[in-house]
Design a protein around this ligand. Structure first.
Ligand code: DGL
Length: 289
């Protein structure tokens, strides 16, 4: 039954909530969202053909993300979640402030950084928090700025992990390559402060490396993934905004679309999503900015 539902085409979804990531990472968020909001329709869209985004320039990430948001709005999504830190850090603000008012003033686009930063203070005792992210996310300093807004006393230490997404996308979450880079980047982070007691996985791909990450950390260090946090925040958002909630169709269906290979997406994506899935290949309209 589930598989048949997943095989349905987008056209059978009325107004799904769009969930976007550069590739597979957003599936770790969608997995938790479907548990919080099981009756809703979702259209997951992975721009796998152009992933990873994390090492690309600000302009490119903004441009690609805008094209994907445009696509999801064309698919009748009234609400889109950028389940990607890199896109949230580099493109969300421009899209919300400059683009949406022109292309779709009645639609909403949300990100993953704010929901995470507003609760991070509940997790740390020492007040020293580590943030692991892509080069794009770390360089944007979005986590430093946002955490400082909510918790000015918390000290944030960031570390880029440029090899983690390529390793994960290639299905290499175990083995000497993953061990080498995970250990190296964690050591570099912990060297910045011995008092870090909380580490935020500020990339939606990273939960796939969680078992390995834990092997290199002292027991007192708490590792936070974003999926559940974002899912709860989205639920509260819809409760606070009944006018948006009523625009989201609720037949409990999921559709997965990728700009890349469906065979790869179905195989790799099921690891991120935790169950079998079937995707459709789509091409998106290029836009000039
Ligand atoms: N999953 C995305 C994030 O949360 C990044 C992956 C990429 O580099 O494309 O940042």
């Amino acid at each position: 039954m589930q598989n048949n539902q997943q095989r349905r085409t987008k056209n059978q979804l009325l107004h799904p909530i769009g969930i976007f990531d550069s590739g597979y990472g957003g599936l770790t968020v969608l997995k938790e969202i479907t548990e919080e909001l099981p009756g809703y329709d979702f259209l997951y869209f992975g721009d796998n053909a152009r992933s990873p985004y994390g090492t690309r320039s600000f302009e490119t990430i903004y441009h690609y993300t805008l094209e994907c948001v445009n696509y999801l709005i064309d698919q009748d999504c009234h609400l889109v979640v950028l389940a990607c830190n890199t896109a949230s850090a580099k493109a969300l603000r421009n899209i919300q402030q400059l683009d949406l008012p022109i292309i779709a003033p009645d639609k909403k686009v949300l990100g993953v950084i704010r929901p995470t930063t507003e609760i991070i203070g509940q997790h740390t005792n020492s007040g020293h928090v580590g943030v692991l992210g892509t080069t794009g996310t770390v360089k944007s300093e979005s986590y430093l700025l946002e955490i400082n807004k909510f918790f000015p006393d918390i000290k944030v230490f960031q570390q880029t992990c440029p090899m983690w997404v390529p390793l994960i996308e290639n299905g290499e979450c175990e083995g000497v390559g993953a061990e080498y880079f995970v250990k190296k980047d964690l050591q570099a982070l912990l060297a910045k402060s011995p008092n870090i007691d909380t580490i935020l996985l500020a990339c939606t791909h990273y939960p796939l490396l969680l078992p390995l990450i834990k092997t290199f950390l002292p027991k007192n260090v708490n590792v936070i993934s974003q999926g559940k946090i974002v899912a709860k925040s989205l639920k509260h958002y819809l409760e606070r905004h009944p006018e948006i909630d009523q625009d989201c169709s609720k037949t409990g269906k999921l559709v997965f679309q990728t700009t890349g290979s469906t065979a790869d997406f179905d195989k790799q994506g099921s690891v991120f999503f935790g169950r079998e899935l079937f995707s459709e290949h789509v091409e998106i309209r290029r836009v000039k900015i």
